[in-house]
Design a protein around this ligand. Sequence first.
Ligand code: NZQ
Ligand code: ZN
Length: 381
Amino acid sequence: MQNFNFNNPVRVIFGKGTIARLGPEAAKAGKKALFVYGGGSIKKNGVYEAVLKTLAENGIETVEHSGVKPNPVLSHVREGVKKAIAEKCSLVVAAGGGSVIDESKAIAAGTRYAGDVWDFFIDKARAKEALPIFTVLTLPATGSEMNSGCVVTNEETKQKYSAGAPVLFPKVSILDPETTIGLPPAQVANGAVDAIAHLVEGYFTTPDPDNAVTDEMVHALARSVIASTERILKDPSDYNARASMMWSATLALNGLASCGYGRMSFINHAIEHSLSAFYDIAHGAGLAIVMPAWFKHHLANGGEERLAKFGAAVFGSGNAQETIKAFEAFFKKAGAPVRLSEAGIPAGDIPAIAANAMGLIKLWGVKADQAEVEKILSGAI
Ligand code: NZQ
Ligand code: ZN
């Protein structure tokens, strides 16, 4: 088990009816909020009205910044920065999934930075200040509501890159599982795959796998994600399954489920970001394609013991091959694509995808070259 620092300052308010608690919390940070949301799902499920009501009741004026795209784009982030500065907003309120929260984080930091916000994504600068961020999560998946990272796509250069800094931790995140009851099945699948991906990246790439506490946490969270997803698929109105899913996905990427793993590699994410950058595919769907292929590669490169351990704890079979099959069966059952062709991505594009992935691989310090990435992707044909 390697040395680690763990600090998570996000105040989570979890449960039914908790959006009303947003206003009193946000009022401690300021009186004018940039209210960021996406394509309108929050207007269908009551979240929009609930957010406006609690903010107004607590004396907070709102300036809306809507139209955040899934896989948020840099041009829209830049617009948000301009708006927040022009309107002198003193806080940011995000209501939606990971895309909305990530764009909000980028805007919050960009507003307090003299240069271009993209600098944070290419390691030209690190965010030192940001407007305080408040979130209302409506899609369990990314963990953005309780971590300090954000992902934005530069649509001109086709780079889907990430930024991170302690100032990007939200101050308060509201997690009301009832907001997820109407999620389309495809988003349920994407969220489940993403949460699983966050658990397995560290588990399978840690240089120091003798770490019982974190391993067992990963096993438990993975079992919870799988069981909750199966219940949600059977009965979308199952509140306790929605609640377990929401909290599991948050815990999967809030720092806890990788303590002591040391320098791990986010290789599946690095490759997936290129699929999203090129084809605008949902992050979870891209991961469901990359992960089985990477597992096969990992098995051929010394991963047998960990795959068998994970399989025994999560899928009830201590055989590495069976573990890979079980991952793939779960992704398929949830409704995610597991091959490039299922997402309409031609195998002939693999060299270009791999070349694009090398940008992030280098930036993140992942040990892989383009030939290796091409080999991994060839397992996804
Ligand atoms: O735009 P709206 O209308 O809100 O609709 C969204 C969007 O179309 C919809 N949706 C969200 N909540 C809903 C809902 N529809 C009905 N009912 C609800 N309650 O779902 C669609 C997808 O939303 P999005 O926010 O894009 O999904 P997700 O939460 O999976 O976020 C994906 C983004 O987060 C990044 C991904 O790369 C991707 O860009 N990630 C962020 C991370 C982080 N900050 O830590 C880590 C992850 O690994 C990931 O990279
Ligand atoms: Zn992810």
